[in-house]
Structure formats: structure tokens, C-alpha cells
Design a protein around this ligand. Structure first.
Ligand code: ATP
Ligand code: MG
Length: 338
């Protein structure tokens, strides 16, 4: 039995989980902070305070559910970056304090590696090399992974993240925050080809993304259109299609460049059904393998941090009670797992 307690507090979700190396995920609790909805975006100071309020009760709930004591835990992994500094500090302080009290390692985890490894919560082995498409509220990245821990960023967004574009467009369509999911539900009722949106940065060579122009395009279309439900659904569909088409073009390019046919998709936006289906079909045609994160683990959660902790436990170097967080930590700076 090797038990890891995972603590995720990088943004606006407090995620706590207990993972056993042999039995798998034993408990997974989440508090999604609803208090930001009325502001239409995350307020960092409020996020940190809410994490402080929720971390200990969620750890207690995980321990109660598994009938374990904190003294049974063999290691504590926590998100050390990237993310909001105040939010990261909460997880780091609690993780390091528990590690000191229980005399077990505290393992700092890279949040995006947590997302990248999430498909392994269901499919324990990945086929390397692979291209990982990480699409979330704060990131849009294409990463070449030679093995676990050895990553090269092939391309990323030059402005807004894909999740931000979904959320801001959803807000303009009067949908509740975070709006990615409700926008895609509305899109299901849309009539195709009523609006044609541009496919940003697809004519130019390269693997960079840009979503701020698409967001402005959507804002102009919404301003100049009727405000009824059908028109909004038509716009949502055109917006979603533009995003999906753009991702397909960029994934093809990344796979061609790296001469590889294996694709992994993760992050909150990868919960989008159309993105999942279209990329699955694309990889089928290329006769490659696709690794898709189970929907319940796409957005932030403690399970992915606990799982990354299991993988990094043996490679972990002891630190001197440093409360380290790295809000701008690059995934390229990680060390491969031996
Ligand atoms: N079905 C969906 N379609 C599109 N977007 C979605 C869907 N479900 C969730 N999202 C989007 O996922 C994002 C949240 O994802 P996640 O929790 O991974 O982001 P984050 O942790 O805030 O950012 P990061 O991981 O980059 O730090 C939101 O922007 C949300 O709108
Ligand atoms: Mg995230």
C-alpha cells in the first residue's frame, strides 16, 4: 500500500484526493468556488480565502470516507504552479505542514503535468512519444512528450486561453460563468452555417494559437444580431465549430512535425463532446492512439495531483521545509521520471 494525499488549489477549485498505488483512487472531493460567478471571472484574493476555508474540511472528508488516519499517508503532493500565487500558497503551506507533522515527503506538482497525466487515471499506460493538447481555463498548449516528465512545448496561445475565449463569449451570450459547458449545450440547438467565423492563425505556418480575435469577432456578431434564443444558438454553434476546426488543423500539424500519431487531450475544455469526437475520428484515420481524459477529471481535481504524486514520489528530492510556489512554472523545466 502506498498512499498519497493530493492537494489542488491552483485556481478556483479546491480538490483533495487519496490515491493508492495498488488500489487506485480511494477518495476524491471537490469544492468548486461559486462565489466568483457574480463577478464574471475569478477574484484571486477571494479564491485564496475560500481555499483556506475548504482545504482542511475536504481532507477530513477524504480520510473519513476511506477510514484512514493522516498518519497512514505516505506522501503529500500539492500543486506548486502554475496558477494564482495566493491560491497556490494555501495548498503549499498545508501540504508542507502536514508533511512536517507526519514526517512524509511533500511533493510539489506541476498543475499542467497533472492535467497531462489525467488519462492515466483510467488507462494506466500511455504510448510514447505522443503529442498532448492541453486546453483549459488558463492554457492552450501543444506539447511533445517523449516520456513522462520530458516535455517540449510545440506551440501555445499568444493571447487568451481557449477556456477564456469560451467563457467570455458565453458571457456575451448571457450564459452563466464558467460558460464553456453551457455554450456547447446551446450550440447543440444551433442551425449550421448561419455564421462563418474565422479560424485564427491557421493560414500562417506554425503551432501558435490566438483566441482574442475570435472573441472580438464573436462580440461584434452578437452586437449586430437579434437577441433571440435561436440566433444565440446559431452563434454558439459557429463559434464552437471554429474552435474545433482550429484545433484539428493544429493537431494535424503537430503530429506531422513530430512524425507521431499518438494524441492525448486534457484540461477543462477537453470535456467538450465535439472536440473529443472530432479528434478521436482524426486519430482513427491516422491509425494512431488517442488518450482522452475521463470527463469527470477534465477540470481541476485532486485526483490528478495525487496520481502525479504517486509517479514522482521516488524521484522526489528532500527540501528544507521550503514553502515553494512557482506561478509561472514551465512544464519544460520538469525532470523526467526514471
Ligand atoms: N464542455 C465544455 N466545453 C468547453 N469548455 C468547457 C467545457 N467544460 C468546461 N469548460 C471550460 O474549462 C475551463 C476550466 O478548465 P480547468 O479547470 O482545467 O481550467 P483552469 O484550471 O482554470 O486553468 P489551468 O488548468 O490552465 O490553470 C473553463 O474555461 C470552462 O468554461
Ligand atoms: Mg486546470
Amino acid at each position: 500500500m502506498t498512499l498519497i494525499l493530493g492537494i489542488e488549489t491552483s485556481c478556483d477549485d479546491t480538490g483533495i484526493a487519496i490515491f493508492d498505488k495498488h488500489k487506485g483512487l480511494l477518495s476524491n472531493k471537490l469544492n468548486h468556488q461559486k462565489l466568483h460567478a457574480k463577478y464574471g471571472g475569478i477574484v484571486p484574493e477571494l479564491a485564496a480565502r475560500e481555499h483556506t476555508r475548504m482545504v482542511i474540511p475536504l481532507i477530513q472528508r477524504c480520510l473519513q470516507e476511506t477510514k484512514l488516519s493522516i498518519k497512514d499517508i505516505h506522501g503529500i503532493s500539492y500543486t506548486a504552479g502554475p496558477g494564482l500565487i495566493g491560491s497556490l500558497m494555501v495548498g503549499s503551506v498545508i501540504g508542507n505542514t502536514l508533511s512536517y507533522i507526519c514526517k512524509v515527503p511533500a511533493i510539489p506538482i506541476h498543475h499542467m503535468e497533472g492535467h497531462l497525466l489525467s488519462p492515466m487515471l483510467k488507462t494506466p499506460s500511455l504510448s510514447f512519444p505522443l503529442v498532448a493538447l492541453l486546453i483549459s481555463g488558463g492554457h492552450t498548449q501543444l506539447i511533445f512528450a517523449k516520456k513522462i516528465g520530458k516535455y517540449k512545448i510545440l506551440g501555445e496561445t499568444v493571447d487568451d486561453a481557449i477556456g477564456e475565449a469560451f467563457d467570455k463569449t458565453a458571457k456575451l451570450l448571457d450564459l452563466p460563468y464558467p460558460g464553456g459547458k453551457s455554450l456547447s449545450l446551446l450550440a447543440k440547438k444551433g442551425i449550421p452555417k448561419q455564421y462563418i467565423f474565422p479560424l485564427p492563425m491557421t493560414k500562417k505556418k506554425g503551432l501558435e494559437f490566438s483566441f482574442s480575435g475570435l472573441k472580438t469577432f464573436a462580440a461584434n456578431v452578437i452586437r449586430n444580431s437579434k437577441k433571440n434564443k435561436q440566433t444565440k444558438a446559431n452563434i454558439a454553434l459557429a463559434f464552437e465549430n471554429a474552435i474545433v476546426e482550429t484545433l484539428i488543423i493544429k493537431c494535424h500539424r503537430a503530429l506531422n512535425l513530430t512524425k507521431c500519431n499518438n494524441l492525448l487531450i486534457s484540461g477543462g475544455v477537453s470535456a467538450n463532446q465535439k472536440i473529443r469526437t472530432k479528434l478521436k475520428n482524426m486519430i482513427k484515420k491516422r491509425k494512431g492512439k488517442i488518450f482522452i481524459t475521463p470527463t469527470k477529471f477534465c477540470t481541476d481535481n485532486g485526483a490528478m495531483i495525487a496520481y502525479a504524486g504517486i509517479l514522482r514520489l521516488n524521484n522526489h528530492k528532500k527540501t528544507n521545509l521550503e514553502i515553494l510556489v512557482q506561478p509561472n512554472w514551465s512544464i519544460e523545466d520538469l525532470l523526467p521520471i526514471n
